[in-house]
Design a protein around this ligand. Structure first.
Ligand SMILES: [Zn+2]
Ligand SMILES: [Zn+2]
Length: 334
C-alpha cells in the first residue's frame, strides 16, 4: 500500500506492507485524513515516533467482524489494554500500556489502510459527509474542555489561539452561551470567530485584566500560557491544549499560577459521540476550515502547507469514492 512514513523525517512509500490486524482489530480503508499540529511536532521529533503518520481520518471497514464490515467509520486513537490499573479504574485513555495511532507504537492513517481495534470504531451517520467526519477526532478534543470544565452562561471565557483546534474550541464553547472572546494573531481567523458571534481580539490589542473565569490555551507556543496567565482571574482555570515538545525550552514564569491560585488543567483527547452528534445536527461548521486537500502521494507537500499560518486544515485525499472502496475490497487479501 501507499503510506507516509516518519523515521527521523517524513517520506512517501509506494510499497509499504499492508497492515496485519491483531485479534479484535479491523482494517479500515482510509478515505480522507487530516493533518494536525501533533503530526508536525512528530516530524520534529516529538514522541520519537517511527511508522505511518496520521491519526485523524474517516474510512470504510474492509476486513473485520460482520458488525463492522462495509461500515463508514471514524476511529478513536488510543488503543488500550483493558487490564491495567488505569483501564480498570475507568481511565482507559491513560492506559499504561496504550499505543496511539500514528503517535506512539502503532501505525497511523496517512496510508491506504490502517488496522484499528474494533472497540475504537464509531459509525458515521449518512448525514455527515467525509469532509466533516474527518474532523471528529479534533472536534472531540475540543469537547473535552466541556467534559473537564463545565461552562455556564455567566462565565467570562477566552480561547487563546485561533488555529485548527482553536477554531473548533471556539465553536464548541460558543454553544454554552458564555461570554466568549477569541484571542489570535490572524485577522482572517478572528473574522471567522466574529461570524459565529464570538468577539475576536488581536494579541497586540489585548489588555491583560485578569478577569476571565476560564482561559483555553491552544496556541501551540509557550507564549500562549503567558497570555493565558495574564487573562485568567485569581482562582480561575487555564485549560492547556498545547504540547510544546519540539520548541526551544523557554520556560514561562509560573509564579502567577501560585500567587493567583490558578487551576491548571491539561486536556488531550475527547468524546467521539459528542463530536459526531454535533456534526450530524450541524451545530459546528467545519467545512470552512478546510484550506487545501492534497492526494496522499503529495503528503510531504501537504505537511509543508499545514505549517503555513494562512492555512487552517489541510486534508489528504486517500481514496476517492465508495466505488473505489468496493473494488479494493475484492482486491484486499483478507
Ligand atoms: Zn490531532
Ligand atoms: Zn490499560
Amino acid at each position: 500500500m501507499r503510506a507516509l512514513i516518519v523515521d527521523g523525517k517524513p517520506r512517501f512509500e509506494e510499497n509499504r506492507h499492508d497492515p496485519v490486524p491483531a485479534e479484535g482489530e479491523a482494517v479500515v480503508r482510509v478515505h480522507l485524513a487530516g493533518i494536525c499540529a501533533t503530526d508536525l511536532h512528530i516530524i520534529n521529533g516529538y514522541m520519537n515516533f517511527s511508522g505511518v503518520l496520521g491519526h485523524e481520518m474517516v474510512g470504510t471497514v474492509v476486513s473485520g467482524s460482520p458488525k463492522w464490515k462495509g461500515k463508514r467509520v471514524v476511529c478513536e486513537i488510543n488503543c488500550v489494554c483493558r487490564k491495567c490499573d488505569m483501564c480498570l479504574g475507568g481511565l482507559a485513555w491513560h492506559c499504561r500500556r496504550r499505543t496511539v495511532m500514528g503517535i506512539a507504537g502503532r501505525d497511523g492513517c496517512f496510508a491506504d489502510f490502517v488496522a484499528v481495534p474494533e472497540h475504537n470504531l464509531h459509525a458515521v451517520p449518512d448525514s455527515v459527509a467525509d469532509e466533516e467526519a474527518v474532523f471528529v477526532e479534533p472536534l472531540a478534543a475540543a469537547y473535552q474542555v466541556l467534559t473537564q470544565c463545565p461552562i455556564d452562561t455567566r462565565m467570562n471565557v477566552s480561547v487563546v489561539g485561533t488555529g485548527r483546534l482553536g477554531l473548533l474550541i471556539v465553536q464548541v464553547l460558543a454553544q454554552t452561551g458564555c461570554k466568549l472572546t477569541a484571542v489570535g494573531r490572524n485577522t482572517q481567523k478572528l473574522l471567522m470567530c466574529e461570524k459565529r458571534g464570538v468577539q475576536g481580539i488581536k494579541v497586540e490589542d489585548l489588555v491583560p485584566r485578569n478577569d476571565r473565569d476560564l482561559v483555553v490555551e491552544c496556541t501551540g507556543s509557550p507564549d500562549g500560557l503567558n497570555i493565558a496567565m495574564q487573562l485568567v482571574r485569581p482562582r480561575g482555570t487555564i485549560v492547556l491544549k498545547s504540547t510544546y515538545a519540539d520548541l526551544i525550552p523557554r520556560s514561562p514564569n509560573l509564579a502567577p499560577i501560585v500567587v493567583n491560585e490558578i487551576k491548571l488543567v491539561g486536556s488531550r483527547c475527547g468524546p467521539f459521540p459528542e463530536a459526531i452528534n454535533a456534526l450530524a445536527r450541524k451545530a459546528v461548521e467545519v467545512r470552512p476550515l478546510i484550506s487545501r486537500t492534497f492526494p496522499l502521494e503529495e503528503a510531504a507537500t501537504a505537511l509543508d502547507a499545514a505549517r503555513k499560518p494562512e492555512n487552517i486544515k489541510v486534508l489528504l485525499r486517500v481514496s476517492k469514492s465508495v466505488c473505489e472502496t468496493s473494488l479494493s475490497l475484492q482486491g484486499h487479501r483478507r
